[in-house]
Every structure is written in C-alpha cells, then in structure tokens.
Design a protein around this ligand. Structure first.
Ligand code: NAP
Length: 274
C-alpha cells in the first residue's frame, strides 16, 4: 500500500479528518526571508500542480498555507479550482509579509479583513482551519482581538475550526483551552512544547507539527533522519499530522513512504515479533 488514506485521523474534537502528513506550502509562494538550508526558485504552475496531484494520489488531504507565505494562498486558489472539496485547507492570520519584511496585527478588525482576503485568494466560501500566526509573544497575542474573532467566525460557519501556531508552552496550552488546535514545533532538535502535546491528548484537542524536519536542517545529518523524525513525532498519540514542506516530488514520495513505514507495522517486523 502506498497511500495514507487509511491513516486519516481526527484533529482532536474539531470534526476535521486529516492525513497524518500535511503539505506545507511556504515554498509555493515565498523564497525570501526563509531559513531553509539552500536557496530555491518558486515552482512554476505545472510543477506546483504536479506536486498537488502527487500529494493527493498519496493520500494527503491537508494543505498548510498563510498570508505570510508570499503568493502561496493566491496560487493555491488558482491551482485548486474545481477541487476545493477534496482538500482540508489550513491558513493563518496575524502575520503579514511585505517587501521582504514581516509585521504583525492581531486586532479583531485585521482578523476579519485577513480571513475575508484568504477566502477571496483561495477562491472558496469557507476555510477548514485558521491558525493565529503568532510572533512568539503568545500570551499577549491571546489577549488581543484575534482569538474571540475566530471563535465568532466559527460560530458563523465561515471557518470550521481555529487554533494557534505559537512558540511557547504557555501559549499552546492557553490556545487549546479556548480553541481546537495547536501547531507546535516538535522535532529531533526541539521538543520544548511537549507539554502542549500532553495537554492536547488529555483534552482531546488537535496537534499539528510544524518544522518536522527543522526546516530541512535535520536532513543534513547522516543516519536516516526522516525515519527518526517521523518515529519521534508519531510516537506521541496527540499528533494528528506532521506538516512537511516540499516542492520536490522525490522527497514527497519518500516522506509518505517513510510515514507509512512508521504507521503500519511491516510484514518483516510482524514476523519478527511473532
Ligand atoms: P520542514 O517541513 O521541517 O522542512 C522543509 C524543508 O525540508 C524543505 O526545504 C524541503 O526541501 C526539505 N525536505 C522535505 N522533505 C525532505 C526529504 N525527504 N529529504 C530532504 N529534504 C526534505 O520545514 P518548514 O517548511 O519550515 O515547515 C513545514 C511547514 O510548516 C511549512 O511549509 C508551513 O506550512 C508550516 N510552518 C508554519 C510556521 C508557523 O505557523 N509559524 C512556521 C514554520 C512552518 P525540498 O523542497 O527540496 O524537499
């Protein structure tokens, strides 16, 4: 089997069913001010469409984008015309990236404007998941207008679920107390947000892992870094999905194959165990 479809799971109690690997789309729209090991060209439309088709064939249904990812939202809107229902789209609010620089706005007014703009850019009338794109001052961000506004948008049916992509344990847990999901950094290099995963597990909330490969830096190591990364990530039962960014079809294939190796006991290891 080479599809993740049988391993789709619930994102906490949000009602969303997602694949255990999501496709991060920073590299679809932005190649400035990023921390990847090597510089790169944005994929053209044909290459981006091919990656999306390949992801879908491999059983990935989750796409992660954001207004701060350059042209990512707009490009997805164009590329996914006529296939909206087949995807779970996660976007964000709070961070803007203009002329090579980020700035942040967590007000209620900006949240409304940003969500409306995401709907327009993604050519859709609903968003599956909207996360606050925190600047790292998580607790003070949670006290601004953004979170209550997302709660209202969920009640109104404009978004199906909401949550927080932060940098601190306190922020992650605070975000889960009032929202559906936290996106955390959890990889071989950094596990500081582990208490957020534990909290999510005991409260049936959703966890998405970002920077699963430490933005690719883990792949510069010698031993099988991808397998070790996914073993670590999936060993925590709160994890619904690891979002890995790639615009390389061979890497996408390898990521799915490795996820399947971790998620399904192989015949070899089953024989060994018996
Ligand atoms: P990542 O997924 O840890 O790493 C992506 C990098 O790893 C890319 O440069 C990719 O290059 C490389 N890669 C992927 N698979 C590989 C493989 N099998 N072998 C070797 N290299 C491989 O880092 P990320 O892009 O920073 O984070 C992933 C996603 O999480 C983002 O796209 C975004 O959606 C989300 N994110 C959110 C936040 C936030 O909310 N604050 C912050 C960061 C990231 P190739 O293209 O060459 O494969």
């Amino acid at each position: 089997m080479n599809s993740l479809q049988p391993f789709h799971r619930s994102l906490g109690d949000s009602g969303l069913r997602i694949s255990p690997l999501g496709l991060g789309t920073v590299k679809f729209g932005r190649n400035q001010g990023v921390k990847y090991p090597a510089s790169f060209e944005l994929p053209d439309d044909r290459q981006a469409l091919d990656i999306l088709a390949q992801a879908q064939e491999l059983g990935i249904n989750l796409l992660d984008t954001a207004p701060a990812y350059g042209s990512s939202e707009e490009r997805l809107g164009e590329l996914l015309k006529n296939q909206r229902k087949q995807w779970i789209i996660c976007t964000k609010v709070g961070e803007e990236f203009e002329e090579g620089k980020s700035y942040f706005d967590f007000s209620a007014a900006h949240t409304l404007l940003s969500v409306e703009r995401s709907l327009r850019r993604l050519k859709t009338d609903y968003l599956d998941l909207v996360l606050v794109h925190s600047d790292g001052n998580d607790l003070s961000v949670l006290n601004e207008g953004v979170y209550p506004t997302l709660a209202k948008l969920k009640q109104a049916g404009v978004i199906r679920a909401f949550g927080f992509s932060g940098k601190t344990t306190e922020g992650g847990i605070g975000a889960l107390e009032q929202g559906d999901c936290a996106m955390v950094t959890y990889n071989l290099h950094e596990q500081r947000e582990l208490p957020v995963l534990d909290y999510a597990l005991s409260h049936n909330k959703g966890i998405l892992v970002k920077k699963a490969l430490a933005s690719g830096h883990i792949c510069l190591q010698d031993e099988d870094p991808l397998l070790a990364s996914l073993k670590l990530i999936y060993s925590h039962p709160a994890v619904a999905s690891a979002i890995i960014g790639t615009i390389n079809p061979a890497h996408l294939r390898e990521n799915v194959a490795t996820a399947l190796r971790v998620l399904q006991p192989s015949e070899a290891s089953a024989c060994h165990a018996s």
